[in-house]
Design a protein around this ligand. Sequence first.
Ligand SMILES: [Zn+2]
Length: 361
Amino acid sequence: MKLETELEKLLIKYKGRRRLMERPFLTYPYMNSENNFNAHHYLIFCCDVLGSILKYADDKKLGQVTMKFVTDDDMEKFNCSDKGNHEWIDWLAANGYENHVNDMFYRHVLFSAIKDFQSFMFESVTCAGKMKMSVAYALLRRPFKDALGIIEWLAVDKDAVIQNLEAENPFDLEITRERAKELTDKVQRKYGLNPQYDLRYKNKDTSTRFELIWDKALHMITTRASPSGKGELNFLFAGEKKLAELSDWYYKVAPLVMHYAVELIVELFESIAKPNEVTVGINYLNRMAHLNLIAPILTDSLVKEVETLLFCPQCGEQNEYKNRDIASHLQCGVLSCPKCKAEVDTRFYITEYESIKAVVE
Ligand SMILES: [Zn+2]
């Protein structure tokens, strides 16, 4: 009875946000504090943006590299090389096609790392939505440190990653705290993003500490940095109040890292996919409109104060929106054309504007 009342209250509050509301109610019957609802929705939106990017890359074969041989002789020699045992890769690298080989490895590692990041994040957020906080936190370690670390390394020095992959020493690829500091500094300088280094890597004795929670989430008994208390088995006897605290902190900090990760990944994806300016612009606005749900101070000036013209990708009609209106439509998951009634699904990376130039001309 209590749950039904809560759902009714939420339904009334979000009446009209039809697509936004479908998913949480169907999927998360143990929804935690209403205060965390927008952060939860933002995290799920980010997972879906990454998922749609991976599907697009797969459909368009962006993981593959097309190349032209300089001479027919080169093509013939390549065709004759042994395709097993990776001999063809060695032949390409030794005959002036090293850039193509490196580009091929780069794309393969990048999209694989994005997939790994997205898989762990989605499961973590799903668990957080159901208040399974020890599992939710345990699942954050690999994406926040390892997968994102490799993505950052690719973003600033992809050749080093490829070289170290070929070496046999796994230490060459380890994302140590020192290496993470160097890489995140470079990412910050190159892309102007905040990699949240302190949150992800800082020592266990600081106040912002995933490390401490990860230790307790992964081990039932801890003895060093934060020893289990008398009669305590980590997270095992956590009561309602403790779970609520863990949940609140999760929804406060996980979106910070997720926001950074998505912006970096989208940047790398767009440098490969090369979508047109309209697509880049509408997707940025879409991501900022969703971020506006949890960080209005950072995004209000962008999503609420500018007016813009947007073409319908189906009929080409120019619809004039105030960004305040666009933001609320984007957050609800759909942009509708008043003329032809076409709907653009905005719950993912939007690709409908790819042919906009053809429509305009
Ligand atoms: Zn239209």
